[in-house]
Write a new protein. Structure first.
Length: 467
């Protein structure tokens, strides 16, 4: 692309960004939004939680329809919310992973890899949060997402029990289809990120490969001025977790796994082309084994919180079905930290390390077909300026491959940097602006005629309506 062409594209994108901003600004301002449909994760909630509540408690109250009132409320208007997302997105780079490439985002450049803008609808999700009686509620969400193969699909469906939310020692349980509360970024309705468009590499992967059908229980107590929360869960239907991390590597995007959908895999090596289907189904049971996870959160009287999470799906890496969907044995540790640096400034950080295994062990070292160690970490800084929020984030990620049917060039290493702004226009409309740059090295890109190293930039402007 010539310098003149680049200037033209940049001019068009800038003009479109301005047009979206002006359109959104024309919507009359209203009162500040109520939180009744937001889903606060365990450490995503403000560290200045109400006295007697941990962040996990806030998540249960707000995210599961128990934020206000009491008694039965099943089909009133306030139990429903609709999330609509439209986006102007421009990107350069090679084919996206959604097109069976090794690109790290949802978007890619034109046929030459040059910058290409698009105006796109992204999602329409309906959330239902009935309250059956005091302490018992439910959350069901589903709808349409761009780049998902099913036109309509289910995202979450679980019931939640909180018998005495004001007690010094509190119990909370939920059962059904849900994401474990790992992410510090997903605090919005329908498992959405609230302060930017694109979550970190860690939480992008959680969104695509760590949805479970499970039973989870949390016990929260206050010891002096310290609050401790212990969570344990048993689950199934997460047997393919690790497939994308091994065959594709890490990615950064806001696409969520659904109950019936699949995600595409990049072009596989010769052996794996015949052993593994060219797509993966995130929500599936193959081995009839029960997995488990646990989380410990500490919230001291100072303005920070720390949590430690462990996950083991106890998968059988040798089992497969007629469609060549394989079981994966996947285990990881995750550490989360969030702190208030002032009345308007917050820092979030997560670190993850784990491994995933698939296939049949064999000579010379007894290795399985795929043995992938994965690591990632990010630091995010956020500052509020009245109705606007500015967010900056740095990510680092890598994988190391030791499987006997995988080449060492299947390993990868990379980093990303993001700058984003959210402007709350009224209680129903948010404007997002985001710039994301990703740099990664993965040797097998040569399989599709690319250089091992790729640098990609994605610019996005979006309007998100919550009705």
């Amino acid at each position: 692309m010539s310098g003149i062409d680049l200037v033209r594209v940049a001019s068009r994108v800038s003009s479109a960004f301005v047009a979206i901003y002006c359109l959104a600004a024309a919507i009359p301002a209203a009162a500040q939004p109520t939180p009744e449909t937001e889903q606060q994760g365990p450490a995503a909630a403000e560290t200045t939680a109400p006295e007697g509540q941990t962040a996990a408690d806030q998540g249960a109250v707000v995210g599961e329809g128990e934020g206000e009132g009491s008694g039965t409320d099943i089909l009133s208007r306030r139990t429903f919310s609709l999330v609509l997302d439209g986006r102007l997105a421009g990107a350069d780079g090679g084919p996206s992973w959604l097109d069976r490439g090794f690109g790290k985002t949802r978007f890619d450049g034109d046929t030459d890899g040059d910058f290409q803008p698009n105006l796109l609808p992204m999602q329409a999700t309906l959330v239902w949060q009935p309250r059956f009686f005091d302490g018992l509620s439910a959350t069901v969400s589903g709808g349409w997402q761009r780049d998902q193969e099913e036109p309509l699909d289910i995202m979450e469906a679980f019931v939640s029990l909180r018998p005495n939310p004001q007690a010094r020692t509190r119990f909370h349980a939920r059962a059904g289809i849900f994401w474990p509360n790992i992410s510090l970024e997903h605090a919005g309705a329908a498992w959405s990120v609230t302060e930017s468009i694109t979550p970190s590499a860690i939480n992008s992967w959680i969104s695509e490969e760590v949805k479970v059908l499970g039973l989870e229980a949390t016990l929260t107590t206050t010891l002096g001025e310290h609050q401790l929360s212990l969570t344990g869960a048993a689950f199934g239907f997460n047997d393919t977790s690790g497939t994308l991390l091994s065959f594709r590597g890490w990615a950064l995007h806001d696409l969520n796994a659904t109950v019936f959908g699949h995600f595409p895999l990049p072009i596989l090596n010769t052996f794996m082309t015949f052993a593994q289907e060219d797509r993966t189904k995130s929500f599936i049971e193959l081995d009839d084994r029960v997995g488990f996870y646990g989380n410990l959160e500490w919230r001291p009287p100072w303005p920070f919180a720390l949590n430690l999470f462990y996950y083991d799906n106890r998968g059988d890496p040798e089992v497969f079905n007629p469609d060549l969907q394989w079981g994966w044995l996947t285990r990881f540790w995750n550490v989360g930290f969030n702190a208030d640096l002032g009345p308007s400034t917050r820092v979030l950080a997560q670190g993850m390390i784990g491994d995933t295994t698939m296939g049949i062990p064999g000579p010379p070292n007894g290795n399985y077909w795929v043995e992938t160690r994965f690591r990632s970490a990010y630091v995010l800084l956020r500052h509020d300026f009245g109705p606007a929020t500015l967010t900056g984030r740095f990510d680092w990620f890598d994988t190391r491959e030791r499987g006997r049917r995988m080449d060492p060039t299947e390993s990868e290493e990379g980093w990303s940097i993001m700058a984003a702004s959210r402007v709350r226009l009224n209680d129903q409309v948010n404007l997002f602006l985001e710039a994301l740059h990703v740099s990664s090295e993965r040797g097998v890109r040569t399989r599709i005629g690319q250089q091992p190293t790729e640098n990609q930039t994605v610019l996005q402007a979006g309007l998100r309506l919550q009705l």
